[in-house]
Design a protein around this ligand. Structure first.
Ligand SMILES: [Zn+2]
Length: 634
């Protein structure tokens, strides 16, 4: 029996400002639309272009002097419409230079003199770093070009460099880890991104102003890499890309086990504990090749265990492997999680075939995990649920920011939000685990709402579109990037239906694979594919400083559900009404009941005399103030 009738009422004028029908675009996005590089249907514009580079790198790890020595030849392709008058090189390791600006703690013993750039040659001309027009901004180095680089032409850059590897334990993504294990990322001079969205005075589209301070992760072009890595005898190397000289580095026993791992879903112990005293290597120069990837990194150790397996994806086998310390507590299980991850991401969520031929998880890092294309650098800490979460999350980053080249310095919430959303789905679907949980009776994993409730009333809360580089407080990063963005994505998927959401999301990835999408491209793609204007939702949840707060009141024979405060976000309504005769009923309204700017809705009570209580669901809907969500009649 239906006990209640909804009397929907819009009791407040429609606001077309903060939550109206036009998306609150930034001026640089409007200019990109004007220039034809982006569009309001969410597709790349007809004039969308991006640059790329071919890197040929030779790098040597000297474990005795604890230094990296490298040489590289770069061919940079200017595929944009603009002539380039300068080139910007990123020297990430200058983050450890004395006096550098940093947003994470660095132990004094890890401070060094920065990247030694011994040689830079541009188009056969040696460059002196003392040159008066050379400029540095943090870890970025801008070098003027003798002749502007016209569109559709290439530039040759050659560099030789070295730097000291950070050795002391701390939370960092690259360096020395326990007991002769090294993970080397952010190690080579890298050409910055020149795009249609950045604008630095005198630098045009270079992302020169955003330098590496520690927390921001990637914004890179899609490049081709050929990398030769020299390590001391007896060290194995795991890296981005395909190993092209495996017969020169492995003996036949390793090659046979590898071959087996590449053809089975079972786990193959490529190096077991029994193998550790044996010398199963035939060389120490490792050659890797990777095309169309946004970065390159490698891990190396001389005493690690190595598990390998593979999984069928889209009529091909993806090689999945894990390299770890023999004393690692959780790692013997990681190969199973990694294999499940590649299968799940390919077939379930996001349901897009894993984009690369391999996925390696390397046991380095302290206190967390860090993704690089095709290889993750992860700790061995916490508990089983954390290890499952971290293993999945870091592999899943191969979709964002690697398959779609999101600018994490600006829009970190995009890649972390989408990745963590997939992680929550995986934990729930495969293990019935809610990492953030606690919420009893929950029928889906939404413990994250509780964490959101807790943080969004603090000064750590910020508008999601607010530039990521400007939110460099180490404490709020996890909340702002990894927790907060998941909430609107979950609510949006619930409103439009999971299947439709997934379809639109997959279309976004198809449109922007190998390109640089902004949040506007994501939002406009969702509108376009779902055939509806959701700008009221994107504006409220991403462009504003809103918070979730609804409350209820009784007015005569009516229940009033209100959004409390001018910035209260649109939320789904879920009411439970109890009667004195022991019966109860629930009433649910989707979030778009607020889409025209309504501030309150009115619901008629059919049997007011018998009313016992009314309550708003605060478990499955985020809400910062629970005191106004329950009315009991005495
Ligand atoms: Zn992440």
């Amino acid at each position: 029996m239906k006990r209640l009738i909804i009397l929907l009422a819009i009791s407040c004028p429609i606001s077309l400002t903060a939550q109206g029908s036009e998306l609150c675009e930034t001026v640089n996005f409007q200019n990109a639309v004007k220039n034809g590089t982006r569009s309001r249907d969410g597709k790349p514009g007809p004039k969308y272009r991006q640059n790329r580079a071919d890197y040929n790198i030779t790098v040597r790890l000297d474990t005795a002097s604890k230094r990296i020595h490298g040489k590289e030849s770069i061919t940079y392709h200017n595929q944009c419409a603009d002539p380039l008058t300068n080139i910007v090189l990123r020297l990430y390791q200058d983050r450890y230079k004395k006096g550098a600006v940093r947003d994470t703690e660095v132990r004094p013993g890890n401070i060094h003199e920065g990247m030694h750039l011994d040689t830079i040659i541009i188009d056969e001309t040696g460059i002196s770093l003392e040159g008066y027009r050379i400029m540095t901004n943090g870890t970025n180095l801008s070098i003027p070009l003798k002749h502007p680089l016209p569109p559709n032409r290439t530039l040759d850059v050659y560099c030789e460099w070295s730097y000291e590897i950070p050795m002391e334990p701390e939370f960092r993504r690259t360096g020395y880890y326990r007991d002769k294990a090294w993970f080397i990322g952010y190690f080579y001079p890298q050409i910055a991104v020149y795009d249609d969205m950045e604008y630095a005075p005198s630098m045009k589209g270079w992302d020169y102003l955003l330098f590496h301070t520690g927390l921001q992760e990637f914004y890179n072009d899609f490049n081709n890499y050929e990398v030769c890595i020299e390590v001391p005898e007896g060290f194995y190397v795991w890296a981005t890309g395909n190993l092209t000289n495996e017969k020169q580095v492995y003996t036949s026993s390793i090659l046979e086990r590898l071959e087996k791992a590449r053809t089975t879903d079972e786990t193959v112990k490529i190096i077991s504990k029994d193998d550790l005293p044996k010398d199963l290597l035939a060389g120490n120069k490792w050659k890797f090749k990777a095309n169309g990837v946004p970065d390159f990194a490698f891990g190396t150790a001389n005493h690690y265990l190595w598990d390998g397996s593979s999984v069928m994806v889209d009529n091909r086998r993806v090689f999945v492997d894990v390299a770890y310390h023999p004393d690692a507590e959780f790692y013997p299980r990681v190969i199973d999680i990694a294999r499940k991850t590649v299968k799940y991401t390919s077939e379930e969520f996001p349901g897009i075939p894993y984009p690369y031929p391999s996925s390696t998880t390397f046991n380095g890092m302290w206190g967390g995990g860090m993704e690089f294309p095709m290889i993750a650098n992860n700790c061995d800490e916490g508990d089983t649920i954390f290890m499952i979460l971290m293993t999945f999350h870091e592999i899943c980053h191969n979709y964002h920011p690697f398959m779609t080249g999101i600018n994490e310095k600006r829009y970190h919430f995009m890649d972390e939000g989408l990745t963590q959303l997939a992680t929550i789905h995986f934990l729930w679907d495969q293990y019935k685990l809610d990492f953030y949980a606690n919420s009893k009776g929950s029928e889906r994993a939404n413990g994250i709402f509780k964490v959101y409730n807790h943080f969004c009333i603090s000064t750590q809360d910020n508008c999601s579109l607010y530039n990521a580089y400007a939110q460099n407080d180490d404490n709020n990063v996890y909340y702002q990037y990894v927790v907060k963005p998941v909430v609107p994505l979950m609510l949006f998927a619930e409103m439009v239906g999971e299947e439709k959401f997934l379809y639109a999301y997959q279309e976004f990835v198809r449109r922007w694979e190998g390109k640089h999408p902004t949040p506007f491209d994501l939002f406009y793609t969702m509108n376009d594919v779902l055939g509806e204007n959701f700008n009221w939702f994107w504006n409220a949840w991403y462009m504003d400083f809103g918070y979730p707060d609804m409350g209820i009141e009784l007015e005569g024979n009516h229940i009033i559900v209100k959004r409390i405060g001018a910035r209260a976000l649109p939320l789904p309504v879920s009411l439970t009404i109890e009667y004195n005769d022991g019966t109860s009923s629930t009433i649910s309204e989707p979030m778009d009941i607020w889409k025209n700017g309504a501030r309150r809705i009115t619901i008629e009570i059919e049997n007011p005399d018998g009313l016992k209580s009314v309550s708003l669901d605060v478990i499955n809907v985020p809400d910062i103030d629970h005191s106004n969500n329950y009315i009991g009649i005495n």
